[in-house]
Design a protein around this ligand. Structure first.
Ligand code: NDP
Ligand code: AKG
Length: 445
């Protein structure tokens, strides 16, 4: 089996040189799938996995814009349209200086399997730019977003490709991009999700990734007769996903002791409460400040340039970025009694870290399953746009909750190994089968 994985990986590495994150994401899937493919030769004979690792289309473009000093800046824009076998391309736009082809291809590849898991008809894509919104004025962000959309608009559409937010892309950026698309196409359509409520957005979409992740962890805990009540939780990040993960955890009686950003983390031993969370939301979404500013206000500790994984906790919610839990971080979490990990971010745990969690047989949910609530609710936004209707908060939240339970059940179906559930294997096989069957039906295209 190992030789077959290495043979497949050798070809992926040769065809995609210098793309370590993409190799990492593909390897994890190929390792899970190889035994399944041996038992199901129809997928092997049709070379489904070989086709799935090749994007259907890669779009790369120049994004020149003028900063507030009148100087011309040049960024690079991308859209990776990875797979459209089960629906229009769907996935976020990341704006961060680290963005490159490798990172966006790993995200687009994960998105294909994630979107398949949601039970909704969505293909997978990802896009973005090396533009950094941090430290830019609203006008600079607007000019960048407009130029970015001036190229992207010809490649997307409500039945073709529907982008959304990701790191660095929130409501403000989606608004500027939507405005430009509408002007260029002269039409009002649901071409983006994460829109404002008064112009086609869905209730619960801002909360969905965080809430969904917590709902998924609740289901995992139930398999061991546990609940969230009283559990000490370490959360990383302090952006969209982290904020609503914390909100739902507080509502369900858990105690959240950490939050972070790329400069460091805060540790509040008594637990972050609703009032403090409100302050984080204002700091991050309005004032656009740094998490260390909360330490003074909450009278808690701040650890510069460190990640929160050495802290004692029952459950970890990595919700910042890829590869933020190393093998050593994972060992520290397990040693300190951590019983579950729910990934809010995409691929936040390194392969070494995943190995540690699986060896310790703790509950470990890979992001493509546990953070799928965000894109699932984007799918619900698309449905509401098509029907020209808006569902209530309760309706959308119930649908999100039901979807997260369904994803959990599907992971158990394919990942159960005796009394242990391998959620990585479960998510990879369950996500793969739906896309693979559609590709078989469509012939060699
Ligand atoms: N938004 C969504 O609906 C979904 C998001 N995700 C994933 O969740 C994660 C977080 O996204 P989201 O909350 O939307 O993004 P935001 O931009 O709202 O927040 C990102 C947070 O992560 C921190 N961060 C980003 N890069 C790094 C880094 N290299 N090292 C340390 N901290 C970092 C940021 O800190 P700083 O401000 O200092 O950069 C910030 O606190 C990403 O992996 C994203 O792909 C997954 C599914 C859906
Ligand atoms: O809502 C969406 O379409 C995209 C969400 C996303 O980027 C993700 O799931 O990683």
């Amino acid at each position: 089996m190992k030789a077959k994985v290495e043979e497949m990986m050798a070809s992926v590495i040769i065809r995609n040189p210098g793309e370590p994150e993409f190799h990492q994401a593909v390897r994890e899937v190929v390792e899970s799938l190889t035994p399944f493919l041996e038992k199901n030769p129809k997928y092997k004979e049709a070379k489904i996995i070989e086709r799935m690792v090749e994007p259907e289309r890669v779009i790369m473009f120049r994004v020149p814009w003028v900063d507030d000093k009148g100087e011309i800046q040049i960024n690079r824009g991308y859209r990776i349209q990875m797979n459209s076998a089960i629906g229009p391309y769907k996935g976020g736009i990341r704006l961060h200086p680290s963005v490159n082809l490798s990172i966006l291809k790993f995200l687009a590849f994960e998105q294909v399997l994630k979107n398949s898991l949601t039970t909704l008809p969505m293909g997978g894509a990802k896009g973005g730019s090396d533009f950094d919104p941090k430290g830019k004025s609203d006008n600079e962000v607007m000019r960048f977003c407009q130029t970015f959309m001036s190229e992207l608009f010809r490649h997307i559409g409500p039945d073709l490709d529907v982008p959304a937010g990701d790191i660095g892309t929130g409501g403000r950026e989606i608004g500027f991009m939507f405005g430009q698309y509408k002007k260029l196409k002269n039409e009002f359509t649901g071409v983006l999700t994460g829109k404002g409520l008064s112009w086609g957005g869905s209730l619960i979409r801002p909360e969905a990734t965080g809430y969904g992740c917590v709902y998924f962890v609740q289901e995992m805990l139930k398999t061991r007769g546990e609940s969230l009540k009283g559990k000490v939780c370490a959360v990383s990040g302090s952006g969209n996903v982290a904020q609503y993960t914390v909100e739902k955890l507080i509502q369900l009686g858990a105690k959240v002791v950490t939050l972070s950003d790329s400069d460091g983390f805060i540790y509040d031993e008594g637990g972050i409460d609703q009032k403090e969370l409100k302050c984080v939301l204002d700091l991050k979404n309005v004032r656009r400040g740094r998490i260390k500013e909360c330490a003074k206000e909450f009278k808690c500790k701040y650890f510069e340039k460190q990640r929160p994984w050495q802290v004692k906790c029952d459950i970890a919610f990595p919700s910042a970025t890829q590869n933020e839990i190393s093998g050593d971080d994972a060992k520290a979490l397990v040693k300190n009694g951590c019983i579950a990990v729910g990934e809010g971010a995409n691929m936040p745990t390194t392969p070494e870290g995943i190995g540690v969690f699986q060896k310790a047989k703790i509950l470990y949910a890979p992001g493509k399953a546990s953070n799928a609530g965000g894109v699932a609710t984007s799918g619900l936004e698309m449905s509401q746009n098509s029907m020209r209707l808006s569902w209530t908060r309760e309706e959308v939240d119930k649908r999100l909750h039901d979807i997260m339970i369904a994803i959990h059940d599907n992971c158990v179906k394919y990942g159960k190994e005796g009394s242990y559930i391998d959620y990585v294997k479960g998510a990879n096989i369950a996500g793969f089968v739906k896309v693979a069957d559609a590709m078989l039906a469509h012939g060699v295209v």
